[in-house]
Design a protein. Structure first.
Length: 113
């Protein structure tokens, strides 16, 4: 069985939820207060905080508290393990498809003989 990167699993878990993806999309523009992230979701603040804790645990965001205001910021470099994994998967599948193409081409040539 293949080894699994626990950080990668945490990131994919965090990205699996559309609410969390929407929050990341918003944070890609600029850091935001928790209340700013909560408003478009229609979710209660404790639920939003749970979503943010999943994102923070995965390393996708960092939060800072100033008095009663908590601000979140995106950590773009946290996506590097995902990029690496996807690039590896792309290479594997492109190689498989190339071999399949070679096989089909060879079969077609043999049929025309």
């Amino acid at each position: 069985m293949a080894k699994h990167d626990p950080d990668l699993s945490l990131i994919f878990h965090a990205l699996a939820d559309p609410t969390r993806r929407a929050m990341l999309t918003r944070l890609a523009e600029a850091p935001a207060r928790v209340t700013e992230l909560a408003n478009p979701t229609g979710l209660r603040l404790p639920t939003v905080m749970r979503h943010l804790s999943v994102l923070e645990e995965a390393g996708l965001i960092v939060t800072a508290k100033d008095g009663r205001v908590r601000t979140c910021a995106l950590v773009p470099e946290a996506m590097a393990p995902v990029r690496t994994w996807l690039d590896t998967q792309r290479d594997i599948w492109e190689a498989r498809l190339d071999r399949l193409d070679d096989y089909v081409t060879r079969l077609m040539k043999e049929r025309t003989k």
